[in-house]
Design a protein around this ligand. Structure first.
Ligand code: FMN
Length: 332
């Protein structure tokens, strides 16, 4: 039904407006208990998986950027996600880049986005997270600094968001490449030092860009070892548009800058997962993400070395049923 009726209707509307419609729908759905029970029952997967002190009901998660504002992660979990990553969350509210900033490439099954870190700020996110502490899924927070922060303020921003959310989420993600290398090292050092003072140990995951080169990978692995980070997400979007075979040069220029998500990532993420699988499997959690559009892609990512996978574009292009299908195929 999603592919034949819902998707053609939704795809006539601007992507960001569809997102708003979805979240309005989810806030109404929240109050319709019989419907919630029905959806939950129908999407239920029981494929338990334990990794680094985290018990997951499914190895499929929702990637950062879908619920940037932590508005509906609990409702989204009904579709069978084992884990959901909210954010990116920053200390203060951010409006992100000017609109339009999300572009849907239907024939290429891809998205181009340059949203920036638009979110309501950590205090509002915290209030929303506190409403759902009794969770059957794991909740991660992707965190970053305010766009205006520089120097020491960058480190302080990360520390502030980390401290505020620490007791209420299950893991944190920081994006390699979103800040300068030296600052990244200081951020990682600071967060792991703060963690030592806490009574529980939360996993810190490093999200890698799809275009990271081997020397970058080796240095991030060394840094992860040095400061005892716990895992990697491989990967975020790519800047390379060569896999967008249906997008003309003129259309591409018209869209302007932005990272490519979905099928257009090609096998970049899988190759990085493969490298991680060969070099750090068992030592770090490996979360495959980027370009996982089908059940076969999900299985292939696990075979390449991922412990878990995260999706974003597949949820949009294939609808909610894809979560259950991927979870079951991986469990087999
Ligand atoms: C519209 C949009 C917004 C995103 N926002 C974020 C974000 O705020 N933080 C982040 O780490 N990744 C963000 N991402 C990247 C996704 O989390 C994911 O890594 C990427 O889309 C690749 O996965 P996919 O091919 O399954 O879509 C965003 C992606 C899209 C399409």
């Amino acid at each position: 039904m999603y592919n034949s009726i819902i998707r053609p209707l939704l795809f006539r509307i601007d992507p960001e407006n569809v997102h708003d419609i979805l979240f309005t729908g989810l806030s109404a759905y929240r109050h319709i208990s019989p419907m919630r029970s029905f959806i939950k029952q129908n999407s239920k997967v029981c494929c338990p998986f334990m990794i680094k002190e985290m018990m997951l009901s499914s190895r499929v998660g929702l990637a950062a950027g879908f619920d940037k504002e932590a508005k509906a992660f609990d409702e989204l979990s009904d579709f069978g996600f084992g884990f959901i990553e909210i954010g990116t969350v920053t200390p203060s509210p951010q409006s992100g880049n000017p609109k339009p900033r999300i572009f849907r490439l239907i024939k290429d099954e891809s998205l181009i986005s340059r949203t920036g870190f638009n979110n309501p700020g950590v205090d509002i996110v915290l209030e929303r997270v506190k409403k759902h502490l009794n969770r059957s899924y794991r909740l991660g927070a992707n965190i970053n600094r305010d766009s205006t922060s520089t120097g020491q303020a960058i480190i302080d921003d990360f520390a502030l968001v980390f401290n505020k959310l620490y007791d209420y989420v299950d893991y944190f993600t920081i994006n390699w490449g979103s800040i300068e290398g030296a600052d990244f090292e200081r951020v990682l050092k600071t967060l792991t030092e703060i963690r030592k003072e806490k009574s529980s140990e939360k996993n810190i995951i490093i999200k890698l860009p799809a275009d990271i080169q081997q020397d970058g990978l080796l240095s991030v692995i060394m840094m992860a070892r040095k400061y005892q980070a716990n895992g990697f997400i491989a990967t975020g979007p790519t800047m390379d548009r060569s896999n967008l075979i249906c997008l003309s040069k003129t259309e591409s220029n018209k869209i302007g800058t932005g990272g490519v998500s979905g099928k257009g990532i090609g096998d970049k993420s899988k190759k990085i997962v493969q490298f991680l699988g060969e070099n750090v499997k068992g030592e770090f959690i490996i979360i495959g993400a980027g370009g996982i559009m089908s059940v076969q892609d999900a299985v292939d990512m696990i075979k390449a070395g991922a412990d878990l996978i995260q999706i974003y574009s597949a949820f949009i292009f294939d609808g909610p049923k894809i979560v259950e299908k991927m979870s079951k195929a991986i469990a087999k």
